[in-house]
Ligand binder design. Structure first.
Ligand code: UPG
Ligand code: MN
Length: 839
């Protein structure tokens, strides 16, 4: 008896020493044929261009040239997209080993602390109830309470958000213990109560049923209070808002207000209804003044980095958009399986989770889920240097955000080397090495003591400064880098996080206000080398790119139960505006100094990773060849010319082979990525729709910004609250983004009509060549089909397909009728239409 118990304990201890996660390469039966097909496709592509370039179309030289140029561009962008998918991997985590290792019985938990950032800006577009749900899911996360702090950044300085947060903190006192007692999922009440529970099936505990009902009622009342706040916030009083204690709300002028910080939970004995502590909840609205560039979301995030460093200074942080709630309460533990791994953890800058969504129509008409990206491309990157950062659902290592290089055995941390070619870097390092190691010892002790002295002058003394880093940089250098807050600087030196114990909360709060003032970042490296990087509305790509350039690696984590879920714009116009913003962000990076084509050679960035970054910023350029290529079929049908000459047998074999290899890569990719054909097809369609509209506009706006200095703004996408099921899908808002795809659609439909009627007029011998052109035009039309659906909307309850066919049929029949009309003689069509024989 005793011995079995002992051996059990021993295996458990062994288990605790095992790795916390494992790489699962894709099985070779799936990946080998995939790679083979890619190589074949490359060869076929070579033969294809060989044929295309040597066989111009003499009577339609312009058409031929345009099409070949477009094809070359498509081939190049295919290469950029394809090769980063060469080594896809998946991963597995072992949460039980994590807790065996870091949560030993009878001892306090050794899991690392995490600061969680939520960003919100406009309470009208981002309803407070949604933000509240996100905050609740964070407060109730399955992690030691004292190790979690939630910071909400309010860029809208809205009293509504502030008061909603106050209500939320009150409701959390009941919600958090309920979640933990019954281990429910997800811990965002709106989504939890939207799930159905089958009380009969699982013999559910009657106590649970009772409490669930009571909690549901409580939540309903909470919702009523929040909606009440929203209702009163609709009309601004003449002299602005006043708070409950009668003082005016400091944020009445959104563009000109002081920094505001309020700690709601996790201090002076606010406990939940069961008497337990709650995680900290902090409201932050950074200072705004006219004449300052606030750098949108990136600026907001950097303020939170500093505030959190002063108040809690956790070594890790998670950031989520206000609508991305925690759907899997173990999400933080999942991330820690990578970050806290004693062997491989140290080199990881962030753990990115895929974005998953609620409330998207079943057909996912506008490819909102982005499944191909999240399930194929990102897994590919994970096999190279790690996924790109997508802006939300990402756990960072704080030190990696401070602009340090990834640790290596040879290189001391703290050295940065960008932009210089490798040989230069190497030679400068080897030269300096000798000198440094000699003087290092002396310098270290001297600077460190100076450092400590400087810090003791401000309120708090600091113990446990990382001597090596402070030795490398004197105080002045730190201030140039991080700004004038010595408390913040001191915090950056504590690699394992934590704040000095002697600090009084009043002085800390004063310092926290200081670091969110709008001049704080002047003449520092914030946004340039450290924190979230400025200069693009897609700050995410840039921020992740910088870290990869410093040699860090990132990790893609896909737990079975999605870790986070958010909402996405489901109507056509909002979706196009979202894609427009993303593409614009990419163009901004393309034209900036951080362009991955030029930037960061000689550092840790792997070349396939670079390919992928290049791909993610040049894709808006593809809109031009794409639009040209989609116009070609219509032109061909109208003029009776074609982009290839009379086809030989050899040529038709090549064309078929190319077509088959394209299909084959797609199919094999779907297999290893576990993506369905439907999602894949949506992705293809939206690639054309977005390319023909949003990407083109982004290109022009981006150029305007660079050439004329027109500023780009961050149009926040609205997060629908709880109005009717998908009512939004059919919402049609006019925007000029719709013009190019609309035109493409119309000219191609006209082309088809003219082509068919022409063939009818000229007898059946012309049907052969017509077939090629028709196929080409239909290819464009099927890709634009979701667009057509969105455009026609729901007004006419007729199924769209009927509308399309009736337009087509009607036109063909009309023309036919004109052709066989016995009352007119056989002149040209044009003459016949007017009904008079003028000759
Ligand atoms: O001045 C601003 C503007 C925006 N935001 C926040 O930024 C987030 C993203 O905005 P959203 O309109 O939802 O953009 P999406 O296109 O849905 O977001 C994706 O793309 C963005 C990059 O364009 C990333 O920042 C996001 O994390 C990512 O989810 C929201 O939480 C906003 O509150 C701010 O905090 N301050
Ligand atoms: Mn969003």
């Amino acid at each position: 008896m005793l011995s079995t118990h002992n051996s059990k304990r021993r295996t458990r201890m062994d288990e605790g020493r095992q790795p916390l996660s494992r790489k699962l390469p894709i099985s070779s039966s799936k990946i080998s044929p995939y790679r083979l097909v890619i190589i074949l496709r490359l060869v076929i592509l070579g033969l294809f261009f060989h044929y295309r370039i040597l066989h111009p179309v003499n009577d339609a030289y312009g058409l031929w040239l345009t099409s070949v140029i477009c094809e070359i561009w498509f081939a190049a962008s295919w290469i950029l997209d394809q090769f980063p998918k060469w080594y896809p991997i998946e991963r597995e985590t072992y949460l039980d080993r994590l807790s065996l290792r870091y949560e030993k019985e009878g001892k306090p938990s050794e899991l690392a602390s995490v600061d969680i950032f939520v960003s919100t800006v406009d309470p009208m577009k981002e309803p407070p109830l949604i933000t509240a749900n996100t905050v609740l899911s964070i407060l109730a996360v399955d992690y030691p309470i004292e190790k979690v702090a939630c910071y909400v950044s309010d860029d809208g300085a809205a009293m509504l958000t502030f008061e909603a947060l106050s209500e939320t903190s009150e409701f959390a006192r009941k919600w958090v213990p309920f979640c933990k007692r019954f281990s429910i999922e997800p811990r965002a009440p709106e989504w939890y109560f939207a799930q159905r529970v089958d009380y009969l099936k699982d013999k559910v505990d009657p106590a649970f049923i009772r409490e669930r009902r009571a909690m549901k009622r409580e939540y309903e009342e909470f919702k009523v209070r929040i909606n009440g706040l929203v209702a009163t916030a609709q009309k601004v009083p003449e002299d602005g808002w006043t708070m409950q204690d009668g003082t005016p709300w400091p944020g009445n002028n959104v563009r000109d207000h002081p920094g505001m910080i309020q700690v709601f939970l996790g201090h002076n004995g606010v406990h939940d209804v069961e008497g337990n502590e709650l995680p900290r909840l902090v409201y932050v609205s950074r200072e705004k003044r006219p004449g300052f560039d606030h750098h949108k979301k990136a600026g907001a995030m950097n303020s939170l980095v500093r505030v959190s460093a002063i108040i809690t200074n956790a070594p890790y942080m998670l950031n989520v958009d206000c609508d991305h709630y925690i759907n899997n309460s173990k999400a933080l533990r999942e991330a820690m399986c990578f970050m806290m791994d004693p062997t491989s953890g140290k080199k990881i800058c962030y753990v990115q989770f895929p974005q998953r969504f609620d409330g998207i129509d079943r057909h996912d008409r506008y490819s909102n889920r982005n499944v191909v990206f999240f399930d194929i491309n990102m897994k590919g990157l994970d096999g190279i240097q790690g996924p790109i950062y997508v802006g939300t659902g990402c756990v960072f290592r704080r030190q990696a955000l401070y602009g340090y290089d990834a640790p290596t055995k040879k290189k001391p941390p703290g050295r940065t080397c960008n932009c210089l070619p490798k040989w230069c870097c190497c030679c400068c390092r080897s030269k300096k090495k000798n000198k440094k190691s000699k003087s290092n010892e002396k310098k270290k002790s001297k600077d460190a003591s100076k450092q400590i002295h400087a810090l003791e002058n401000i309120e708090e003394g600091i113990e446990g400064i990382d001597n090596e880093k402070s030795a490398l940089m004197p105080q002045i250098k730190f201030e140039k880098k991080f700004g004038q807050s010595s408390v913040f600087i001191a915090s950056t030196l504590m690699e394992d996080g934590g704040v000095p114990k002697r600090a009084s909360s009043a002085s800390l709060l004063k310092e926290a206000i200081h670091v969110i003032s709008c001049g704080y970042e002047d003449k520092t490296e914030w946004g340039k080398e450290i924190g979230w990087i400025y200069g693009s509305v897609t700050e995410d790509i840039l921020t992740g790119f910088k870290m990869h350039c410093h040699g860090w690696r990132s990790v893609y984590c896909m737990p079975k139960r999605p870790a986070f879920k958010g909402s996405a714009p489901i109507n056509l116009s909002d979706r196009l505006h979202q894609v427009l913003r993303w593409a614009l962000g990419s163009v901004e990076i393309l034209l900036s100094r951080h362009c991955p084509i030029w930037y960061g050679y000689g550092c840790g960035l792997k070349w396939l990773e670079r390919f992928s970054y290049i791909n993610s910023i040049v894709y808006p350029l593809t809109s031009i060849p794409l639009i040209a290529y989609c116009t070609l079929p219509a032109v061909c049908l109208l003029t009776g010319k074609f982009i290839v000459p009379e086809i030989s047998n050899y040529a038709s074999i090549i064309f078929m082979a190319l077509f088959i290899s394209i299909a084959a890569t797609g199919i094999l990719e779907m297999q290893w990525g576990h993506v369905g054909i439907h999602d894949w097809w949506r992705n293809e369609q939206f690639w054309v729709i977005g390319g023909a509209s949003a990407h083109l506009f982004a290109l022009f706006q981006g150029l305007l910004k660079v050439l004329a200095g027109v500023n780009t703004n961050f149009t926040v996408t609205s997060k629908a609250a709880d109005d009717g099921e998908f009512s939004d899908l059919y919402l049609f808002k006019w925007t000029s983004l719709l013009i190019p795809p609309m035109t493409l659609l119309i000219i191609n439909i006209i082309g088809v009509v003219v082509g068919i009627s022409d063939a009818i007029n000229n007898g059946y011998e012309t049907w052969g060549p017509l077939f090629g052109r028709l196929f080409f035009a239909l290819w464009v039309i099927v890709h634009l089909y979701p667009f057509l659906k969105g455009w026609l909307g729901k007004q006419d309850r007729l199924p769209t397909i009927i509308v399309v066919w009736s337009i087509l049929l009607a036109s063909v029949l009309t023309l036919l009728w004109v052709r066989i009309n016995p009352f007119v003689s056989k002149g040209g069509i044009v003459l016949e239409v007017c009904g008079l024989d003028c000759s």
